[in-house]
Design a protein around this ligand. Structure first.
Ligand code: SF4
Length: 580
C-alpha cells in the first residue's frame, strides 16, 4: 500500500472535490522577539551558520564584496519619494492607465505578522501594483533561474512585505549594476513558501541557541566574509583529521592598529578616513576599513564624530597614560556572543579543564623559550657556541613536568623555574658588541641584563620586555574581546586586581616568539640606544622615540608569516593569535 501524502483536509476515501486551502497568516510575533531583516533571510539560505553568526552573535566583517556593495548602494540609500496610499485611504489612486507611476527609493517596510523588516532599494508603484527592485553590484549570473536562490528569496521577502501593506506584488526585479541588466523574479507559490520557510527556519535556529555546523569543503566559504571567524575547515579538520584546511582565515587582508602618541595630536573623521593632525598641521591618514583598533597615548584628542564612528564599527579605542599605563578601552555596544562567554565562564569553574589548558599554555611557552635561545645563542670567547646540553636538558625536564602537572599551583612553580633558567641565559642572545661590561671592545654604553625585574624595570632590557608584554597583553585583550570572550576571566591566571586574566593566559606561548624576539631585534639591529630611555627613581622606561621604535618592531613581528603548527598553512603571527 502506498503512503502518498494527502493534501490537508482530504481523506483517503474522500470523493468530494478537493477543498481549497487558504494559507494562514503567521500569528503576530510575541513581544520582545525582534523582526528579521530580509537580508538575514538571504544569509540563512546561503548558509545557516552565517545567518546565525551575523544575526544572533552580531558578527560582522567587511570583505571586498561588502565594501563594494556598500559603495554601490550609497547613491540609492537616500530616501526619496512616497508610496501611494492603499487600504481605504481616500487619496488612494485608482488602478489603470491613468494612475501615476511612482518610484520610491530606500523604503523601509516591516510587518509584525510576517516578522520581517526590510529596506527596499527601490519600489516601483503603479497604482496598487508594486515591484520591489534590489540592486546588486556585480554582473547577472548565468544560472538556471537567472539569479541565485538567496537573492530571489530576499526579493520575495520584500514582495511579501509590500503585500502585507496592501499592495499587489507578483514579481520583483534584481538589477545587476555591472552588466546593467534587470532580471525579473516571479513570486510564485513555490518561492513564497521557500521564503516563509527560510524566515521560520532562521527564527527557530536563533531561538534554539545552537550555532549550526559549518559547511563542509564548500565553495561558498572562500567568498564568505566571516570565514576567519567561522573557521569551517579548521573545525572539520579538528573533528576528522582528514582534509587539511584551506587557508581561508588568512586570505583576508588584515586590519592594523593605529597608534597615536604625539603631543597635541588630534584624531578626526573625514569620510572613510581617520585624519591625524599635530598642532593643527595634517600628519597622517588611515582608512577606517583597515584599522583594527586605535591606541592613544598621552594627551591625544579624539573628536566626537570619530569616536561615534569607531564605536559603530566596533573598533576599540585604547587609552594609555603618557607613561604607557593602560587606562581603559572605549568600545561600542560590545559583542553579542553571549553563548561564548557562558561557555568560557563554565569552563573557568571546571578545575580539570583549566588545568588541561594551563598545562598546554605553560609547556608551549617553555618550548618557545628554548627555541628562541637555541636560535639566537651568541657566544663570546670561552663560551659554549650553542645552547649548553645541561640547559637544554633542564628545559626538557620543565616541559615534561608541566605536561604532567597535577595542579595550577604546581604549574606556577614549574613556570617560575623555567623562567629563571631562561632569563639567566637571556644575555647570551644579545649581540656581544651591544652588551654592557665589555664583552667585546666597543662603546662604553651597552645593554645589561642579569635578571627579570618588573616593578619597576631597573634596566633598559627589562624596560623593553615590560613595555612589550603590556603591548601583547593589550593586543590579546582586544582580540579576545573582539571575538566575544571576557578578557578578564581567566582559566590559568586568577581574575583579580583588574588584570585581563584570559589575555595573560593566551599570551603565554607568544611571549618569547613575539615580544622577546622583538626586543632582541631592536637591540641587536641598533634600533634603540642610550637616548631612547629615561631613568628616574630607580626605574628605567622607554621615552617617546624608544616607544615608537619598539612599536614598529613589535608590529613587524606580528606581521611576519609562520607555518601554523597544526593546520599547516602560512599565516602572520597576528592571524595565528586570532585563530588560536
Ligand atoms: S565560512 Fe562557510 S560555513 Fe562558515 S559561515 Fe561562511 S559560508 Fe558558512
Amino acid at each position: 500500500m502506498s503512503h502518498d501524502t494527502l493534501p490537508l483536509g482530504a481523506c483517503a476515501d474522500d470523493t468530494s472535490p478537493a477543498q481549497a486551502a487558504l494559507p494562514l497568516g503567521a500569528p503576530p510575533l510575541p513581544p520582545g522577539v525582534p523582526l528579521l531583516p530580509a537580508r538575514m533571510v538571504n544569509e540563512y539560505v546561503y548558509c545557516p551558520r552565517l545567518a546565525y553568526l551575523e544575526w544572533v552573535q552580531g558578527e560582522w566583517r567587511d570583505s571586498a564584496d561588502t565594501v563594494e556593495g556598500r559603495q554601490a548602494h550609497r547613491r540609492i540609500d537616500k530616501p526619496r519619494g512616497q508610496p501611494p496610499g492603499v487600504g481605504g485611504d481616500p487619496n488612494a489612486p485608482a488602478d489603470g492607465d491613468d494612475a501615476p507611476r511612482v518610484h520610491v527609493h530606500s523604503l523601509e517596510l516591516s510587518s509584525d505578522a510576517l516578522g520581517l523588516v526590510a529596506r527596499l532599494d527601490l519600489a516601483e508603484f503603479d497604482g496598487r501594483r508594486a515591484v520591489p527592485v534590489d540592486y546588486k553590484r556585480g554582473k547577472r549570473p548565468h544560472v538556471a533561474r537567472g539569479a541565485y536562490e538567496p537573492e530571489r528569496v530576499q526579493l520575495c521577502a520584500q514582495g511579501l512585505l509590500l503585500e502585507a501593506h496592501g499592495y499587489e506584488a507578483t514579481e520583483g526585479v534584481l538589477y545587476f549594476a555591472a552588466s546593467r541588466e534587470r532580471m525579473p523574479v516571479v513570486f510564485d507559490d513555490e518561492l513564497k513558501a521557500a521564503t516563509r520557510a527560510a524566515a521560520a527556519g532562521l527564527r527557530l535556529v536563533a531561538s534554539g541557541g545552537q550555532i549550526p555546523p559549518p559547511l563542509e569543503n564548500s565553495p561558498k566559504c572562500p567568498r564568505c566574509s566571516l570565514a576567519a571567524i567561522c573557521l569551517p575547515d579548521e573545525l572539520h579538520y579538528l573533528r576528522t583529521r582528514q582534509t587539511p584546511p584551506r587557508p581561508l582565515a588568512v586570505d583576508a587582508p588584515p586590519t592594523l592598529p593605529l597608534y597615536v602618541q604625539a603631543r597635541g595630536a588630534k584624531v578626526a573623521k573625514k569620510g572613510e578616513l581617520l585624519e591625524i593632525s599635530v598642532e593643527d598641521a595634517p600628519a597622517a591618514t588611515a582608512r577606517l576599513a583597515e584599522v583594527s583598533q586605535v591606541v592613544l597615548q598621552g594627551g591625544v584628542y579624539l573628536t566626537g564624530p570619530a569616536l561615534h564612528e569607531l564605536m559603530a564599527r566596533q573598533i576599540p579605542v585604547t587609552w594609555l597614560s603618557h607613561g604607557g599605563w593602560f587606562l581603559g578601552h572605549t568600545v561600542g555596544l560590545g559583542h553579542k556572543n553571549v553563548e561564548l562567554r557562558t561557555a568560557q565562564y563554565r569552563a573557568s569553574f571546571d578545575a580539570a579543564r583549566c588545568l588541561r589548558l594551563a598545562r598546554e599554555l605553560v609547556a608551549g611557552k617553555i618550548r618557545n623559550q628554548r627555541t628562541l635561545l637555541r636560535r639566537n645563542w651568541k657566544p663570546t670567547s670561552g663560551e659554549s657556541d650553542s645552547l649548553p646540553d645541561e640547559v637544554a636538558a633542564g628545559f626538557r625536564h620543565d616541559i615534561d613536568a608541566a605536561e604532567r602537572a597535577r595542579s595550577l599551583e604546581q604549574l606556577l612553580g614549574l613556570e617560575g623555574n623555567a623562567a629563571a633558567r631562561y632569563f639567566a641565559h637571556f644575555r647570551q642572545m644579545i649581540a656581544p658588541e651591544k652588551r654592557a661590561g665589555g664583552d667585546v671592545p666597543g662603546p662604553a654604553w651597552g645593554f645589561d641584563f642579569e635578571r627579570r625585574t618588573r616593578r619597576p624595570p631597573v634596566d633598559e632590557v627589562n624596560a623593553l620586555l615590560s613595555y612589550g608584554y603590556s603591548l601583547l597583553a593589550r593586543t590579546l585583550a582586544v582580540t579576545l574581546t573582539a571575538v566575544g570572550f571576557d578578557a578578564m576571566r581567566g582559566l590559568y591566571h586568577q581574575s583579580r586586581y583588574g588584570r585581563p586574566a584570559l589575555a595573560l593566559d593566551m599570551m603565554e606561548p607568544f611571549r618569547p616568539l613575539i615580544v622577546d624576539s622583538a626586543v632582541l631585534t631592536v637591540i641587536n639591529n641598533g634600533e634603540v640606544g642610550a637616548g631612547d630611555f629615561v631613568a628616574a627613581g630607580g626605574a628605567v622606561n622607554l621615552n617617546e622615540r624608544g616607544r615608537r621604535a619598539f612599536i614598529a618592531a613589535f608590529e613587524r613581528r606580528l606581521a611576519q608569516d609562520v607555518t601554523h603548527p597544526l593546520f599547516g598553512y602560512a599565516a602572520a603571527y597576528r592571524q595565528i593569535v586570532e585563530i588560536q
